[in-house]
Structures are given as structure tokens and as C-alpha cells.
Design a protein around this ligand. Structure first.
Ligand SMILES: [Zn+2]
Length: 324
């Protein structure tokens, strides 16, 4: 029997008021744009890997955040196969007598929703989740991201394999898997897809929410769609966050009904190198808006280093916090 580690990348609507999203609603919250997989034999040797890019047909413009994380764009995907053909390629690459493995529960849910939406029903074997086995072996209290898991196992990423590429993430997941004490125990952790829906009310950070890094926090839905202080619905971020110090940032977000919000994001360090994040919004004053737009403009003028994971990078220079 072979293990096939599966990782997916997906696109999302650029905003939830858009015509296409309103047409499909929660039947397709995320549209798959890349399948990555790594084949491992029963002696835990990594045999080969595959990347299958997918041309999206619903959310055809790649969300800027996703474009920067995955390096996939509307252009680079314009020659890629559509979902149905991509799935056929994947299933035929898998061969026979295998189980599928993923890291965490997101991929299986996104896969299932795409299969349902496009009405494709390939004969796939059970999917198992490596993450809970990892959590058990290391006696952790919480789930852990792939990158942190690698750090915990002293697995260094390669220069030419960036994160948020399905093939490379699948490869790293395979390394973590094969380095576990009892990898075969993964078969105790079948993973069922969960229904996906876009939450009408914005997601606020909860007390126990932990983020691997400040960059991850800023990429999260809580920070990219902060809540409207009046109606509680998600706002659209207006430009980037402006650092006030290493762990405090401010930004602007727009509610369609209630105008521009001032968003304050504060990080605190938590055990194991993790961070907690607090997001507070208030109606923005004109001077808030002018100040942040000026800072955003100044930051555009100063080129900065993109962060390792392609998210928003945090300039280290401390800006004046006089406004707040
Ligand atoms: Zn509102």
C-alpha cells in the first residue's frame, strides 16, 4: 500500500458582494487552483511528486493575497486544465492501493466542496489526517501549522521550495509524516469533510486563537475581513496595515453600509513562539483616514523585503504612534 500526501491551493472571491459569489453562494466558497501530491511507499520512502495547476472557472481573478502567497496568477493558470481534467490526471497518477493523507482538515473540506460543485465523483479512498497524530506524538495542546511542525522536528525548508505551493507543501508534509515515530498510526485518524460556508458575521479572534507569526495573523480572515463595529459584518480591507510598533498595527476597512473603520490589530506573544491577536474596530475619523493613507503611500514608496511566506511583510522601522 502507498501513502499519497495531498495538498491543495485554492482561490476565493475578491469580495463577497460580487456577482459570481452571489450567484453560487456557499456552494463554492473556495475554488481549487492547484493539486500537489507526494507518493510514499510502505517503507516510508518518498518516491515522486506531482503538481497539477487548475484553471479556475468561477473565481477567475486570483485574490491578491492568494496570488502573492502561492505565486499563482490568472495569467500563469490560463493554460492549466480545468478542474475535471485536473482531477482525472490526479486520480490516474495515484494508481491503485493507496490512502490519502493531508495536514489538517481544510484540504479535505475544500476538495469535497469542489467535487460536489462540479459534480465529479471520482473513486477516492479514505483520507487521513497527519496533524492529530503529530499533536499526539509531541503531546501538544493545540493544532500546529506545517511550518512550526517542521521547526519542531528540525526539518529545514529548501531554498527552492517555498510554502503555499501545493507540491512543496505536500513534500514538507511527507517529510514530517515520515519522521514521525509511528507514521502508520495515521490510519487511526480518518478525516471527514466539513461543510464550508462564508460567514455572514465577521470572524473575530477568539481568546484561544494562536498564530504562528504576526504575518500569519495578518493573513487570517480576522485581519483581512475585520468586523464592522456597527453591523458586525465583514469589511473589506482598504490597503495594507501600517505598523505602529513590531506588534501593533492599524489599518482601514470599509463596510458597504457603515463606511470606513479604523482597525487596530495587537499581537502578544504566547507559549511555543505563537502569538495571540486582538482586532478592534471603530468608526474612522477623517484624520485617521488621511493619516493611514499617507503612511500607506509612504510605504509603497519604500520597497521592502517580501516575507518568506509571501504575506504582508512588517517593516521594522517604528512609525510615530501619535495618532492613536
Ligand atoms: Zn456595517
Amino acid at each position: 500500500m502507498q501513502y499519497i500526501v495531498l495538498d491543495l491551493e485554492w482561490n476565493q472571491p475578491i469580495n463577497y458582494q460580487n456577482r459570481i459569489y452571489r450567484l453560487y453562494g456557499d456552494r463554492l466558497v473556495f475554488e481549487m487552483i492547484q493539486i500537489g501530491a507526494v507518493r510514499i511507499d510502505e517503507n516510508l520512502n518518498i518516491l515522486d511528486s506531482i503538481s497539477i495547476p487548475i484553471q479556475p472557472t468561477c473565481y477567475t481573478v486570483i485574490h491578491p493575497r492568494i496570488r502573492s502567497m502561492t505565486h499563482l496568477s490568472t495569467d500563469t493558470l490560463s493554460d492549466a486544465p480545468y478542474f475535471e481534467e485536473a482531477m482525472e490526471q490526479f486520480v490516474s497518477w495515484c494508481g491503485e492501493d493507496y490512502v490519502l493523507l493531508t495536514w489538517g482538515c481544510d484540504d479535505v473540506s475544500v476538495l469535497q466542496q469542489n467535487l460536489d460543485f462540479f459534480e465529479i465523483h471520482p473513486d477516492l479512498p479514505t483520507l487521513y489526517d497527519i496533524q492529530p497524530l503529530f499533536v499526539k506524538e509531541f503531546s501538544l495542546n493545540n493544532r500546529m501549522g506545517l511550518k512550526s511542525a517542521m521547526e519542531l522536528m528540525n526539518i529545514a525548508p529548501d531554498d527552492d521550495r517555498y510554502f503555499h505551493n501545493a507540491q512543496y507543501d505536500a513534500y514538507y508534509t511527507a517529510l514530517v509524516f515520515t519522521h514521525l515515530k509511528n507514521p502508520q498510526d495515521v490510519l487511526s485518524y480518518p478525516q471527514k469533510p466539513k461543510p464550508l460556508f462564508h460567514q455572514e458575521a465577521a470572524v473575530k479572534p477568539r481568546k484561544g486563537d494562536l498564530f504562528e507569526s504576526i504575518e500569519k495573523g495578518l493573513e487570517s480572515i480576522q485581519a483581512t475581513s475585520p468586523y464592522c463595529t456597527v453591523c458586525g459584518k465583514p469589511c473589506t480591507l482598504d490597503g495594507r496595515y501600517i505598523p505602529q510598533s513590531r506588534d501593533r498595527l492599524i489599518g482601514l476597512a470599509k463596510c458597504q453600509k457603515h463606511g470606513t473603520m479604523l482597525v487596530r490589530v495587537t499581537f502578544r506573544t504566547a507559549p511555543d513562539g505563537m502569538y495571540t491577536m486582538q482586532v478592534k474596530t471603530a468608526k474612522a475619523s477623517r484624520s485617521n483616514i488621511a493619516y493611514i493613507h499617507t503612511k500607506q503611500f509612504q510605504m509603497q514608496e519604500t520597497p521592502d523585503q517580501p516575507s518568506a511566506e509571501g504575506g504582508q511583510s512588517i517593516p521594522t522601522a517604528t512609525l510615530d504612534a501619535s495618532l492613536l
